[in-house]
Design a protein around this ligand. Structure first.
Ligand code: ZN
Length: 302
């Protein structure tokens, strides 16, 4: 029998059946891919509506994970930090918490009260490494403590030649500032920061002094803190906008940041409001240092 196109009917039917099956499969695939894209689009829209914590460095680097994982724990922290400033528990081991320890050295001074007002406005907690350099402002230490900030010692005089002259001189000076802290707050503190940090080389006039003091601090039950983010306000710049950018950039590259600032610098206090607004918007937790916090130790160079 003769079919169409000069083919035998048998061959014509065979090819026609094949074409029908092919057409069916193609249609099926088209429908399936359409449905799939519809579902994916729907899922994206749903997640876009969720109040997700703004991007942090950690989230940027783990974006794939963030998008797949349930955002609930993060949201919970964001909502808590919006309402109360802090989550119930600061946990450095929790990958969903990006923590900033804002630290202020060398005060209290005439800008400290204004700084405390700004911190209060944002319900942000910080750490003050205090000195006795400006006796007229020492009562700020009482306010710092009362408002939930951490207090650490940073020497009475901040005089490098005096405090790094010997171990005895250092601890004698520390006794003086410790007594002031006790007078202002009712208790001693075991948090401390060395003037210039543990890595300072200004003390090189007394070889080995930092090696000895860091060991003695631990023996005496102190925890000394350095920093892993510097605001640049210790001589690099007096430009508030540069200090603000230094803080933001530093924080974005850390899961836990210990930022070095000075409340004796007006241009630093000037940028804190903007920094805290940015930190709030980006879901960071502003916490006071504790004995258990990251110490951000530098390597001792003397
Ligand atoms: Zn200092």
């Amino acid at each position: 029998m003769q079919g169409r196109f000069g083919l035998s009917r048998k061959k014509y039917n065979f090819i026609r059946n094949k074409l029908v099956v092919c057409l069916f499969l193609c249609t099926l695939m088209l429908v399936a891919s359409f449905l799939l894209s519809f579902i994916v689009q729907g899922a994206k829209n749903t997640s876009a509506r969720k109040p997700v914590m703004a991007k942090t460095h950690r989230e940027t680097t783990e974006q794939a994970e963030t998008e797949n994982a349930s955002p609930m724990p993060t949201v919970e922290i964001t909502e808590r930090s919006k309402e109360q400033g802090q989550p119930a528990q600061v946990d450095e081991d929790d990958p969903d918490q990006t923590i900033i320890y804002l630290t202020f050295d060398d005060g209290p001074y005439k800008y400290t009260d204004r700084l405390l007002d700004i911190l209060k406005k944002h319900n942000a907690k910080a750490t003050f490494f205090v000195t006795g350099q400006y006796p007229a402002y020492l009562d700020c230490i009482a306010r710092e403590k009362k408002e939930g900030h951490a207090i650490g010692l940073h020497t009475m005089t901040h005089d490098f030649n005096r405090v790094y002259a010997s171990s005895e001189a250092f601890w004698e000076d520390y006794g003086e500032i410790q007594a002031i802290v006790k007078e202002q707050t009712g208790s001693e503190t075991r948090l401390m920061r060395f003037p210039g940090g543990s890595s300072n080389t200004i003390s090189n006039f007394n070889p080995g002094i930092m090696t000895r003091l860091t060991q003695e601090a631990e023996e005496k039950g102190y925890v000394y803190f350095d920093w892993n983010v510097t605001s640049g306000d210790a001589g690099d710049t007096s430009d508030s906008s540069v200090i603000l950018e230094n803080c933001k950039r530093g924080v974005e590259s850390n899961h836990i940041s210990v930022i070095l600032c000075h409340d004796v610098k007006e241009y630093t206090v000037d940028m804190v409001d903007d920094f805290l607004t940015w930190a709030d918007e980006n879901g960071y937790i502003l916490a006071p240092l504790t004995m258990e916090s990251t110490d951000a130790h530098h390597s001792v160079n003397n």
